[in-house]
Design a binder for this molecule. Structure first.
Ligand SMILES: [Zn+2]
Length: 51
């Protein structure tokens, strides 16, 4: 996850990749070799700072 405000990168990729591989692959009968996910938004600090 990338914060659009301060540019901080929060790593969550491994857990989500496992989740997607298990659930999506089963649901769609698709053999996933690689996943690339990009999520952007605002981290907790910037979110709080906005208010
Ligand atoms: Zn931030």
């Amino acid at each position: 996850m990338v914060c659009l405000s301060c540019g901080k990168v929060i790593e969550f990729h491994q857990r989500l990749s496992r989740y997607i591989k298990r659930n999506v692959a089963e649901a769609k009968d698709f053999d996933i070799a690689e996943t690339e996910i990009r999520v952007s938004g605002y981290c907790a600090e910037c979110h709080r700072g906005k208010r």
